[in-house]
Write a protein that binds this ligand. Structure first.
Ligand SMILES: C[S@@+](CC[C@H](N)C(=O)[O-])C[C@H]1O[C@@H](n2cnc3c(N)ncnc32)[C@H](O)[C@@H]1O
Length: 288
């Protein structure tokens, strides 16, 4: 039987604190809006367990910080990383994409375990109900702040060095082709002061059979492993095992030589351009 790497990873960190409520509050949302969310992301406990392990293993410095940090998570989806960091008193913000079509995941079955979540409502509406933003019911239930935009459109609307920590898990593949991941990461470096983690998706089945795509993905990953510009250096690259086999799962960049402060900013750090989102990076063909 294949080992469950996620479960094993979670055994190597302290247990998730019991203070987190067990479920989201979906009262007030239509069933149609809620069941678009992938089944695995409807389980708050599981989302928190995954996020808790990531924060413990990839960002131990945020657990012992002497003051609250400003943290931005790209493509937060269900917001569990932000929930964990908020628990430690940090100031958190997320981003996500809100351009999903109305028929996205329309064949999904309603899982019985969410019945209890519909019984409760919350008081955190952030926007009119929007089928294009899949995770709206969860994010509003948690009262998190999330900015909605296509992260393949550069530059982003954040100031230089406005967040201590940036993370982006299992999403960069949707922003742009591998040849352009470096541009996305350059933009993360413009915004970040201290540390950045990029988590990778397993290579999708269809693209795994495409030698050209795999060569580009390998070259892009290697370029990030040896990243040393914009005042940031790669400090580790992590591998893991999933159904897609053994592959890179994350890299971490840290600011070097005071580059993380406005004073120490290097010349190569790009100032935000006037028109936010003006450059749309090419995307890989739809993944399966
Ligand atoms: C596989 S989920 C990962 C969610 C979460 N980061 C995690 O690791 O559990 C992919 C996320 O990327 C977002 N996404 C997809 N295309 C995007 C785009 N062009 N710009 C920004 N986010 C995008 C999705 O909405 C979703 O939140």
């Amino acid at each position: 039987m294949r080992r469950n790497e996620q479960e094993e990873r979670q055994l190597w960190c302290p247990p998730v604190p019991s203070e987190f409520p067990a479920q989201y509050d979906f009262g007030g949302y239509s069933e149609k809006q809620v069941i678009r969310i992938a089944r695995k992301y409807l389980l708050r406990k599981e989302n928190l367990r995954r996020a808790w392990a990531r924060v413990n293993h990839h960002f131990p410095e945020t657990l012992t910080a002497s003051k609250p940090l400003d943290i931005l998570e790209f493509s937060t989806a269900h917001g569990a990383m932000l929930e964990v960091w908020r628990h430690f008193g940090h100031r958190v913000r997320g981003t996500d994409f809100a351009g999903w079509p109305d028929n996205y995941n329309s064949n999904a079955k309603r899982p019985g375990f969410i019945d209890a979540a519909f019984a409760k409502t919350h008081e955190n509406p952030r926007a009119a109900k929007n089928l294009g933003w899949i995770y709206q019911p969860i994010i509003e239930s948690l009262g998190l702040e999330v900015d909605l935009f296509d992260a393949g459109a550069l530059p982003y609307a954040y100031d230089n060095k406005s967040f201590d920590v940036i993370c982006c898990y299992q999403a960069i593949e949707a922003y742009a082709t591998p040849e352009n991941w470096g541009l996305v990461v350059d933009e993360f470096c413009r915004i970040a002061r201290q540390s950045i983690v990029i988590g990778f998706n397993p290579p999708p089945l269809k693209l795994r059979e495409d030698p050209e795509h795999m060569a580009a993905a390998r070259a892009a990953t290697e370029a990030l492993r040896s990243y040393d510009r914009n005042g940031f250096k790669c400090v580790f690259m992590e591998f893991g095992e999933t159904r897609a086999g053994f592959h890179p799962t994350a890299i971490k960049l840290m600011a070097v030589g005071g580059a993380g402060t406005a004073k120490g900013r290097t010349k190569s750090t790009r100032a935000p351009q006037k028109t936010v989102g003006a450059t749309l990076l090419p995307k890989s063909p739809r993944r399966k």
